[in-house]
Design a protein around this ligand. Structure first.
Ligand SMILES: *[C@@H]1O[C@H](CO)[C@@H](O)[C@H](O)[C@H]1NC(C)=O
Ligand SMILES: *[C@@H]1O[C@H](CO)[C@@H](O)[C@H](O)[C@H]1NC(C)=O
Ligand SMILES: *[C@@H]1O[C@H](CO)[C@@H](O)[C@H](O)[C@H]1NC(C)=O
Ligand SMILES: *[C@@H]1O[C@H](CO)[C@@H](O)[C@H](O)[C@H]1NC(C)=O
Ligand SMILES: *[C@@H]1O[C@H](CO)[C@@H](O)[C@H](O)[C@H]1NC(C)=O
Ligand SMILES: *[C@@H]1O[C@H](CO)[C@@H](O)[C@H](O)[C@H]1NC(C)=O
Ligand SMILES: *[C@@H]1O[C@H](CO)[C@@H](O)[C@H](O)[C@H]1NC(C)=O
Ligand SMILES: *[C@@H]1O[C@H](CO)[C@@H](O)[C@H](O)[C@H]1NC(C)=O
Length: 902
């Protein structure tokens, strides 16, 4: 294959790569679905080449000076026109006439100066007009014809008055934004042109307001919402404001960032005669709230006091706020000179409060009466509070015993210990957050006693939590359990701590340096969908060399959807690691040390959509491993691996990349060749596969010749060791068909089939092996042995001569002993040869019991192997299992013709 590679590198080396990254930047309008986006193009004129059926046109952030009707009239279908952030000075008369369907016109950040009545004459269909950040001067009734306008934004225009016209108009207006103007006085008739209007929202933020004339808000038909954020108010002006709002339909009032530092009990008195339901007082630097300040707000449902520096909440601060449903006190009590105080029974009024957010507060701690009276409280968040709550005993949260609490956030408040029965009051609690504390303890399970509805416990980021087998026996309803970066001690427990949690769907064990677990850790968690085990030390468990074999700890997690195993030092994955995870959608094997993955490892992951194998040691992406799992993949992360850019390693992958619809983020930057040296740092996506295709014939040739060679070698070896067997079966089958005996005409006069000449020392062996052939079922041969078959009384010489002449064949059993035996040699052999020559018969069969060289044979017996037919030279087998084959050969030899070969 080296040659193949050389060819390949030569080919690619010639095609020197050229890489140009072009950063995408819009250079012309983009039109899609009747929407034209021409923003940020430095246009000086409205483009006239767009399709005339567009309904949305965005020409914002350009250098336009006007919107000429001659061009605009092409786009008669326009419903939305955004011309913000340009240099438009004037709205051309008749713009609306050319755009009869226009609903929304945005002209913020332009230089519109004068507005006259005629400008919007035909704009009765306009519903939204944004003229924010221009320089408009109002004269007459410019908005008079905007009968259907719902939102008008004239903020930041240096207007000194809020007066938009001389007579009632804008009867459908819902939102009016006047923020950031130079209005310092709200005059009595300021809003008289809105006398027929029901405003949902009036924004008067960031005004330098100094004075409110009586009845200023009463000239508005109906006012439901008022926002005055960042308009400076002191308690006098605030009280004035509330008095002015008295008797209006106001429901929502936002007073964020008004620097109102003190609320007196009279401040909101004017709001008694409203239906105010929401009040936002956040970011005011509030330090004092007098008792009974909110008593007037008897319909209030939502109150935000976020980000203030209230020093003291007493049991009457919130007096009469019985209708409140939602109270935001995040960072409301922050430390200035003294630690803020939260009196007992401060919340006693809130009999309907369901949400209480108190995150990030500093106060002197919780007593047994702090939360008394919160009969409806469901959602309590105390995260990041500083309140000296190191140990949670069964008394700490006692004041909440009457609350039907569902959610409790105790994140980051410095808890170091949970005592038994700490949450025993919370039968309805479903979510409990205890993360980012300093808990050091072994969970016995008693801590969570009584939490009979609990579904989620968050314990991540604590100091040192050790689990025991009983840790969760009181919480079988748990669905989500977060234990990231918090565990110490072993998880090799039996039974598993998670065994009672049969409904568990999310389990986080990440960042715990877990190294020892047993196979039953997750057994029975058949509803588990998300398992986070990244940043542990699981490498050993999956090694082949692990005592007892690789630990298949994911077995049985049939519902698993997301599995995170990043950063575990994994260098091996057993082939069955992911067996049965048919529902897995996301698999993260991020930074690990994986190199070669076994084939078929991922084959069960038929639902997988996201596979992350970034930053491993993968050199080759082979179809055997990845083909099946890549089929349904939506996103693949395989970057930052040391790819080997050779045909064998990359051909399939690069081909797949070319064809697939799967998203492969950062393909161009993170998929880089590491080897061979000639491709070092070369992008995988530029890998040219055509030389691989050219190599295909070579490859098949190679495979062909290699396999041929292999087959040949196998044959040779087989023949060397098992050839006799083939020969045996060949003989058997040939002789089955042709018979053993070649018929020699006129030769049926013999009494014996063979006369046997052997040394006396070999007689036993020979008789033992030859007599079986005399049985009928073995061929029924008759052999002549000297001692056995000679008739008594006849001289031995005569007997030998007689027997030989009555035998069809003469068998020499050749051994060293025979060669040395004088009697045999001198007489029997001599006579036999004599008879053969005399009768011209080819009747000698040689059976070698030992390996006798040809010259010795000649010296002693005057015979050479070449003189005998090959079928009549036999070798006595050393191996027992070959005896059968030998006998077969012998039958052939005995049956062969006696005729001399010419
Ligand atoms: C809008 O006009 C373009 C060409 O001017 C045309 O391709 C497109 O189909 C039209 N769209 C509709 C909804 O009529
Ligand atoms: C307002 O829009 C309707 C279609 O919604 C149109 O028929 C009518 O002419 C438009 N009115 C004006 C004054 O453009
Ligand atoms: C408050 O709401 C009630 C009932 O919805 C209504 O009758 C009353 O007029 C409202 N008050 C004001 C001041 O709008
Ligand atoms: C507030 O509640 C107290 C006692 O419940 C009651 O006497 C008082 O009149 C209430 N204040 C207002 C303004 O309704
Ligand atoms: C609990 O409080 C912490 C800290 O403020 C916050 O990050 C977390 O999102 C809260 N948990 C929930 C579920 O709101
Ligand atoms: C609270 O714990 C103490 C011991 O720490 C125990 O005597 C008492 O019975 C417990 N109270 C409840 C209600 O479990
Ligand atoms: C597990 O969930 C099922 C179905 O939501 C529910 O019927 C069963 O009571 C739950 N088991 C436990 C122990 O909460
Ligand atoms: C990708 O596929 C197209 C057509 O399917 C083919 O023309 C092109 O050569 C391929 N590119 C590579 C790098 O294989």
């Amino acid at each position: 294959m080296n040659i193949c590679f050389c060819l390949f590198s030569l080919c690619v080396g010639l095609l020197t790569p050229c890489l140009c990254y072009v950063e995408y930047k819009k250079t012309e309008c983009e039109v899609r679905d009747q929407i034209a986006d021409c923003s940020h193009l430095k246009l000086k004129e409205v483009p006239s080449y767009l399709p005339d059926n567009i309904t949305v046109l965005d020409v914002s952030h350009n250098q336009l000076r006007e919107l000429p009707t001659s061009v605009m009239s092409q786009y008669k279908q326009l419903v939305y026109l955004n011309a913000g952030f340009n240099s438009i000075k004037k709205i051309q008369q008749g713009l609306c006439q050319t755009l009869p369907l226009l609903r929304e016109l945005k002209l913020e950040h332009n230089e519109v100066y004068e507005l006259s009545e005629k400008d919007f004459t035909y704009c009765s269909n306009l519903s939204e007009l944004n003229l924010s950040s221009n320089k408009i001067k109002l004269k007459g009734d410019p908005f008079g014809s905007l009968e259907n306008l719902r939102r008008l934004d004239v903020s930041r225009n240096d207007l000194t008055t809020a007066n938009l016209g001389t007579h009632p108009q804008l009867q459908n207006l819902q939102e009016l934004i006047l923020s950031g103007n130079k209005i310092s006085v709200l005059k009595k008739d300021e809003f008289s042109c809105l006398s027929n209007t029901s405003l949902k929202l009036l924004e008067l933020s960031s005004l330098p307001l100094k004075q409110l004339e009586p009845g200023c808000f009463h000239s508005i038909g109906q006012l439901y919402g008022l926002v005055m954020d960042h308009t400076k108010l002191d308690s006098v002006l605030a009280e004035k404001l509330c008095n002015e709002l008295s008797g209006t339909a106001l429901r929502n009032l936002s007073l964020q960032g008004t620097t109102l530092s003190k609320i007196l009990s009279s401040t909101f008195k004017g709001l008694k005669a409203t239906n105010l339901t929401a009040l936002d007082l956040s970011k005011n630097g509030l330090s004092t709230i007098n008792d009974g300040s909110f008593q007037w707000l008897q319909k209030l449902e939502y109150l935000s006091l976020e980000e203030n520096s209230i020093a003291h909440l007493t049991k009457n601060t919130f007096a009469n706020l019985t209708t409140l449903n939602f109270l935001n006190l995040k960072k409301a009590l922050t430390k200035h000179k003294k630690t803020p105080i939260l009196d007992d029974f401060s919340f006693q009024w809130f009999i309907n409060l369901e949400h209480l957010l108190m995150d990030g507060n500093v106060f002197r701690g919780i007593t047994e009466e702090t939360f008394t009276g919160l009969k409806s409280l469901k959602y309590l968040s105390l995260s990041s509070c500083s309140m000296n709550m190191k140990t949670i005993t069964n008394k700490t949260l006692y004041s909440l015993a009457q609350s039907p609490l569902v959610f409790l956030n105790l994140t980051g408040i410095g808890i170091s210990k949970l005592e038994n029965g700490a949450f025993t009051w919370f039968r309805n609690l479903s979510k409990l957050y205890l993360g980012h504390n300093a808990i050091i303890q072994t969970l016995t399970g008693e801590e969570f006693r009584g939490l009979s509805s609990i579904e989620e416990i968050f314990l991540s980021y604590n100091q040192k939590i050790t689990l025991s087998s009983s840790s969760f026996i009181h919480t079988p309803t748990l669905r989500t359990l977060m234990l990231g970066r918090t565990l110490s001690g072993t998880l090799d427990l039996s039974p598993s701590p998670f065994q009672p949690l049969q409904n568990l769907t999310v389990l986080d064990l990440s960042n715990n340096n877990i190294a020892n677990i047993n196979e039953a850790l997750f057994s029975g968690l058949q509803h588990l969908k998300i398992l986070k085990m990244q940043h542990n030390n699981l490498a050993r468990l999956w090694k082949n060399g692990n005592p007892g074999g690789p630990l298949l700890f994911l077995k049985g997690l049939v519902s698993l959807r997301i599995l995170q195993l990043d950063s575990n030092g994994l260098d091996e994955i057993p082939v069955d690691a992911f067996r049965g995870l048919f529902k897995l959608v996301q698999l993260d094997l991020g930074p690990n040390n994986l190199n070669v993955l076994p084939k078929f490892t991922f084959d069960d992951l038929t639902s997988l959509r996201v596979l992350n194998l970034q930053k491993n040691l993968i050199t080759s992406v082979e179809n055997g491993v990845f083909e099946t799992v890549f089929k349904n993949l939506q996103t693949l992360y395989l970057g930052k691996n040391p790819f080997d850019c050779t045909c064998e390693s990359m051909f399939w992958f690069v081909n797949w990349l070319n064809k697939t619809n799967t998203s492969v983020p950062r393909l161009n930057s993170q998929y880089v060749c590491n080897t061979p040296p000639s491709f070092y740092n070369y992008s995988v996506s530029l890998f040219d596969t055509s030389p691989c295709k050219d190599l295909a014939p070579f490859k098949s040739l190679f495979i062909f010749s290699a396999s041929f060679l292999l087959v040949f070698l196998v044959c040779v070896i087989f023949i060397r060791f098992q050839g006799w067997r083939i020969e045996f079966f060949w003989n058997v089958s040939v002789n089955r068909i042709l018979g053993y005996t070649e018929v020699d005409i006129g030769e049926n006069r013999f009494e014996y089939d063979a006369y046997i000449i052997c040394a006396p020392t070999d007689v036993d062996l020979v008789e033992r092996n030859f007599t079986p052939l005399e049985n009928i079922d073995q061929g029924g041969y008759r052999f002549c042995f000297d001692e056995r078959d000679f008739a008594a009384g006849v001289s031995e010489l005569d007997a030998v001569v007689g027997s030989m002449s009555r035998s069809r064949k003469i068998i020499f059993v050749v051994t060293e002993a025979l060669l040395k035996d004088r009697w045999c040699r001198r007489f029997k052999v001599h006579h036999a040869i004599h008879q053969v020559i005399e009768q011209s018969r080819d009747s000698i069969v040689l059976i070698f019991l030992e390996d006798i060289p040809d010259y010795k044979l000649y010296q002693s017996l005057f015979l050479r192997r070449g003189m005998i037919k090959s079928c009549c030279i036999l070798h006595w087998p050393v191996q027992r299992d070959r005896v059968k084959a030998f006998r077969q050969k012998m039958k052939v030899a005995l049956g062969s013709s006696n005729r001399m070969q010419q």
